[in-house]
Design a protein around this ligand. Structure first.
Ligand code: C5P
Length: 227
């Protein structure tokens, strides 16, 4: 009997999604990336021309949004498939426009309260690895294992840049510079600061000099300790 709920939090580029997904696969748990739901709401707001500074309008939008996150049927490197009102937006929610808008959308308490209740309901159903910013502190304060991943801004920007380079190709004219990637992450860190918190009982792992495999092994060690 391992921990039923594992919370993994951390800033952009800390490796939480990659590690969370691999950990869930290793343990046979359900993987829930809460960032994807905030991104889906941001995408929907942009798509439907809803003013992202209008909390009441975003509340209505979020309440009626049919966001589904499911196991991938397509093999194109995706961890899961995200649909909103039946439309596949798995890759659209990773765009620069959505990434720039999402922290403004997620700062509205009206949006957070709706998504947080949905996240709690999901975690009731199964053994879960839930990844986000506030999972251990707010969404699942009773989670049996809480991990907080950190890394320096420079390292997180390098990881994001390498990911983009692999996805777009190094000669692609839309590939931003490393400095631009770092600036975007810094901006998002600043906007996310209010709802990005390590739970007091979280295990903090500083990942600057660790590989994904090393972080994963460290977490599996903590999971085994809880058995
Ligand atoms: O993790 P990811 O970078 O995809 O998250 C996108 C954005 O969603 C974050 O920058 C943050 O504004 C928001 N978010 C949040 N709370 C969470 C997960 C994500 O506010 N639990």
């Amino acid at each position: 009997q391992g921990p039923r709920r594992i919370a993994i939090d951390g800033p952009a580029g800390s490796g939480k999604s990659t590690i969370g997904e691999q950990l869930a696969r290793h343990l046979g748990y359900l993987y829930i990336d809460t960032g994807a739901t905030y991104r889906a709401v941001a995408w929907l707001a942009l798509h439907e021309h809803v003013d992202i500074s209008d909390g009441a309008a975003l509340q209505r939008l979020t309440r009626h949004a049919e966001i589904e996150i499911s196991r991938p049927q397509i093999k194109d490197g995706r961890q899961y498939t995200v649909t909103v009102h039946g439309r596949d937006i798995t890759w659209d929610i990773r765009s620069t426009e959505v990434t720039r808008a999402v922290s403004i959308v997620s700062a509205h308490p009206e949006v957070r309260s709706i998504l947080i209740s949905q996240q709690r309901a999901l975690a009731q159903q199964d053994h879960v690895v839930m990844v986000g910013r506030d999972i251990g502190a707010v969404v699942l304060p009773d989670a049996e294992l809480k991990i907080y991943l950190t890394a320096s801004l420079g390292e997180r920007a390098r990881r994001r840049y390498t990911e983009l380079e692999e996805k777009l190709g190094s000669h692609n004219s839309t590939l931003p510079s490393l400095e631009e990637v770092a600036k975007d992450i810094q901006r998002r860190d600043d906007l996310d600061r209010d709802h990005m918190q390590a739970a007091r009982d979280a295990i903090v792992i500083e990942t600057d000099h660790l590989s994904i495999q090393q972080v994963l092994e460290a977490i599996i060690h903590y999971v085994e300790d809880k058995q």
